[in-house]
Design a protein around this ligand. Structure first.
Ligand SMILES: [Zn+2]
Length: 448
């Protein structure tokens, strides 16, 4: 714990230290990061709320500032009372803060400035606090009257810069992304988008390629503020190209489409698991990762115990619980014909109960090795009329296809994105300096 204050020694309590180190390893997911990165609003916005309604507003220009740093196990309450903020005032200030920011999201190392106003006789009065949760946002709480506090949040304007990356997959998609300098959140988004169509366990081969065009958010003062959306991507698997384009239709709906203007969504996910955590299909040692055969009748996805398993499609939970050689087992009925089953789970999600309704992509359970299993993996089955069938034999598009003027507008989007990609890529070629992972992956921009 670090305390940058003349008042030392804050008590250490239980604030969860988010496992940030995990974000950097290729098998660990970072869903919050990915979600946050994709939704950062471009406009400056200020939310203001008052915890209690009072008249006088306190100025804090001549305030004393205590800069505290959140330590492992600290709560904001402890930090405030640790610098002699009365407990009732700290409670009110935190209540006001909650309207714009969840204090449990404070990260270890986050600096929080606590403001005091000097009073006659050498005493001081707590007047508020402020901190910058990231390079874009600033959050503050200030006193309003005797007992009330008000909070506000502001966001700096950011510009969106297109960034292109292009690489050959040597060992795993995630590693290739890392080698090409693509941020984790972008790789996560990419894998999510391709999970409808690509079996991340079996479809990827060494020598396959991918390219991506995504947005980098930059503040007016030139600071990197994370990533925006994936605008375009293409996977080249065994010589076949799968491009996807982000397009906003005239009714304002944003979706990804293939080159023909068909939505990339399918009624069933081809990879019903967090694809970023799949143990590389190349060079698996300990357990065979099987495809569909007369004997096997399912698809195996190798991933560490605890990896989230997604409902492949929307439906109703038909079976859930221990089921012989299957171990912990879930079966979801999607319609009168089609059901999917998930086996060997370590744990079943609380909301996955018999008769419960699930949406596509909901986390229904977690990878394990229960039942007759030789290592942690998901055994996944697609059933048609009660019989296991090869998931590859059925393709269930959502039927969402752009037509007429909408298709023309999409063609425009495609041309524009391809042009932007080429421009960003040539910029990349000029600006690129070899990184530490250069030897592992390789971009088309350099000879390889
Ligand atoms: Zn299996």
């Amino acid at each position: 714990m670090t305390v940058r204050s003349r008042l030392g020694g804050l008590p250490t309590l239980a604030l969860v230290a988010a496992g940030l180190a995990g974000l950097l390893t290729h098998t660990v997911a970072a869903p919050a990061q990915a979600a946050g990165g994709r939704t950062a609003p471009p406009e400056r916005s200020v939310k203001e709320t008052a915890a209690k309604d009072t008249d006088d507003d306190e100025a804090s220009s001549n305030a004393h500032r205590h800069i505290l740093s959140v330590g492992r196990g600290d709560t904001l309450m402890d930090m405030l009372t640790g610098v002699d903020v009365p407990a009732d005032e700290a409670t009110n200030a935190i209540a006001a803060l909650r309207k714009v920011y969840d204090p449990r999201k404070l990260q270890v190392g986050q600096q929080v400035t606590v403001l005091f106003e000097p009073r006659r006789g050498g005493s001081k009065r707590f007047v508020g606090l402020e901190f910058l949760p990231d390079v874009v946002r600033s959050v503050s709480v200030s006193r309003k009257g005797d007992t009330a506090f008000t909070s506000s949040e502001s966001e700096k304007a950011v510009t969106r810069q297109p960034v292109a990356a292009q690489t050959v997959i040597r060992s795993s998609l995630f590693e290739a992304g890392n080698a090409a300098g693509v941020p984790v959140s972008v790789m996560m988004a990419l894998i999510r988008d391709y999970s409808y169509d690509v079996d991340f366990q079996r479809d990827l081969q060494p020598g396959d390629q991918f390219e991506v065009l995504y947005e980098r958010l930059v503040t007016a003062d030139g600071k990197n503020a994370g990533e925006g959306d994936v605008l375009y991507a293409a996977l080249v698997l065994s010589g076949k190209e799968y491009p996807i384009y982000r397009h906003k239709s005239r009714d304002g709906r944003i979706d990804y489409y293939n080159r023909d203007g068909e939505s990339i969504r399918r009624a069933l996910l081809r990879t019903p698991i967090d694809g970023a955590r799949i143990t590389s299909g190349f060079g698996m040692r300990h357990h065979p990762i099987l495809g569909f055969s007369k004997m096997h009748k399912g698809m195996d996805f190798g991933a560490p115990t605890g990896t989230p398993i997604y409902a492949a499609g929307g439906g109703v939970v038909e079976e859930v619980g221990p089921n012989g050689a299957y171990g912990n087992y879930i079966r979801i009925r999607h319609n009168t014909q089609i059901a999917t089953a998930y086996a060997h789970l370590s744990r079943i999600a609380k909301s996955t109960r018999r008769g419960a309704r699930v949406d596509q992509g909901d986390v229904i359970g977690y990878v394990g090795t229960t039942g007759r299993s030789t290592g942690p993996h998901l055994h996944y089955e697609v059933l048609k009329g009660g019989q296991q069938i090869n998931p590859k034999s059925i393709d269930l598009p959502t039927g969402d296809k752009l037509e007429g003027r909408e298709l023309q507008a999409f063609e425009q989007t495609v041309r524009s994105l391809e042009k932007t990609f080429e421009q960003a890529r040539s910029g990349l070629q000029l600006a690129r300096t070899p990184g530490p992972h250069e030897d592992k992956g390789c971009t088309k921009a350099t000879t390889c």
